[in-house]
Design a protein. Sequence first.
Length: 75
Amino acid sequence: MAFFAVTDLGRHALADHLKRLPDNKVFVVSYWEWSKIVVAKSRAAARYNVFLEVSDAGDIPFREFLKISSVRAYT
């Protein structure tokens, strides 16, 4: 399994790029101690997109994911 790290400068560059995309907003979805920058039309869509990725790696029900995850706008 490969791992990589993204610097703060890289995160800001990605967020700036994503902000220029039409009709989408940039959110940060946090799950346990892990967080991801997501582009979606709403907070719910951002959370669901991350759930789809997380559920592929582990067996977690959506209801449980909703309880332990959080979403905020990326600033």
